[in-house]
Design a protein around this ligand. Structure first.
Ligand code: ADP
Ligand code: MG
Length: 353
């Protein structure tokens, strides 16, 4: 377990944040809200969070994420005397600490630095109140998925930093077991031929889950490998050996799910499906360095084979019907099966593959 001094310090949860019922006002994402449409509520049970493990910490991050215990002391009166009872929960605390947000420099070097650090490169600064409010709103809207395909949401708080007086917005949620979808699928051979398709059910589940969120009114707009966790040891009740959870709703937005006359959804934004197409290509190996002679067509061919399998086996399900208009652009038959024997042209056109 990774552990730094910071993780061992205590975060005081000073207030609970009460956001209005709707989503944050999107047009003002880059500005602080004035006047504040949310309120703060006193916390009589004096909760503290004791960090045990860093999940994501350091400068140039939109959030500092720790796993640890949330402890609160409540005083009860049994008619004759007062007694304190202590409750402890294993949680993840995601703190939107403004002093550590990425500066402009991250966006000038966006492709390289952001990718290396796993930071969303295509959205500009957002404020802590917008990110925190988006998370709280999304978790509430997706209440029926909590504990199933997303973490369980506990609450939004104001949190005092252990190493300074800075107070930040934060959310607490359940911890989700698992590793990134990219790691798990690649270990199952997604970037190699012959590809027996062991990773197919996982990618299918990702598409189905993102679509379910759509149906419930949320578009997940940051569907990158770091935000999709797969737990391989989940075999008890689940019919599948893998359990997949989507996290990180800091940039999620409300989205109306409307069916057209043809029985397919009418989408005004398709960022979720496009991001998943890109992610599947990455899972299939299109971002990896390969020696000359590598079958350059391999990643897109393996993605195409997966999509054919998806259409054949799940074509009747609504998520495939709704997403197919976009997914089908990634399906093709004119494969070049032979590994390329010529020079590695990626050296001439860096960044193209
Ligand atoms: N509930 C959770 N359970 C397990 N790991 C988590 C959880 N929430 C966040 N993480 C870990 O912390 C990382 C950063 O969290 P995330 O919510 O994606 O923050 P950011 O908005 O800064 O990307 C994730 O990629 C994941 O590894
Ligand atoms: Mg993230």
């Amino acid at each position: 377990m990774r552990s730094t001094l910071a993780t061992r310090l205590i975060h005081n949860l000073t207030h609970r944040i009460r956001f209005p019922a709707g989503p944050p006002p999107n047009s003002f994402r880059l500005e602080k809200l004035n006047p504040k449409p949310y309120t703060f509520e006193e916390l009589p049970d004096r909760p503290v969070f004791i960090a045990r493990e860093d999940l994501q910490v350091g400068k140039g991050r939109w959030s500092q994420v720790y796993r640890g215990s949330l402890q609160s002391v409540s005083t009860k009166y049994d008619g004759t005397s007062f007694s304190d009872s202590k409750e402890t929960q294993d949680v993840v605390l995601k703190v939107f600490k403004q002093s550590l947000f990425p500066g402009q420099i991250y966006f000038f070097n966006r492709h390289k630095r952001c990718r290396e650090k796993g930071i969303s490169p295509w959205w500009n600064q957002s404020t802590e109140e917008h990110m925190c409010w988006s998370e709280a709103f999304s978790y509430l809207t997706l209440a029926s998925l909590q504990g199933e395909s997303i973490p369980k949401f506990i609450d939004a708080y104001m949190v005092k930093s252990p190493d300074s007086d800075e107070e930040s917005m934060a959310i607490a949620m359940s911890h989700v077991a698992g590793r990134s979808i990219f790691q798990v699928c690649q270990e199952l051979g997604a970037d190699n031929d012959p590809d027996p398709g062991l990773w197919y059910p996982i990618a299918m589940e990702m598409l189905r889950t993102a679509h379910l969120m759509r149906q419930k009114g949320i578009i997940a707009r940051d569907l990158r490998d770091v935000n999709i966790l797969v737990d391989e040891n989940h075999s008890k009740e689940s019919p599948s050996k893998y359990s997949l959870k989507i996290i990180d709703f800091a940039t999620a937005e409300p989205s109306k799910y409307v069916l057209g006359d043809d029985g397919k959804a009418v989408f005004d934004e398709i960022l979720d499906v496009v991001m998943m197409e890109v992610l599947i290509a990455k899972i299939c190996g299109n971002e990896q360095e390969h020696p000359v002679g590598w079958d350059l067509d391999g990643p897109t061919r393996r993605r195409s084979e997966f999509l054919k399998w998806l259409k054949k086996n799940y074509g009747d399900e609504q998520f495939v019907k709704d997403y197919w208009f976009s997914l089908e652009k990634c399906v093709y038959d004119d494969y070049c099966y032979e590994p390329s024997r010529g020079p590695d042209y990626r050296n001439y056109f860096p960044g193209h593959l």
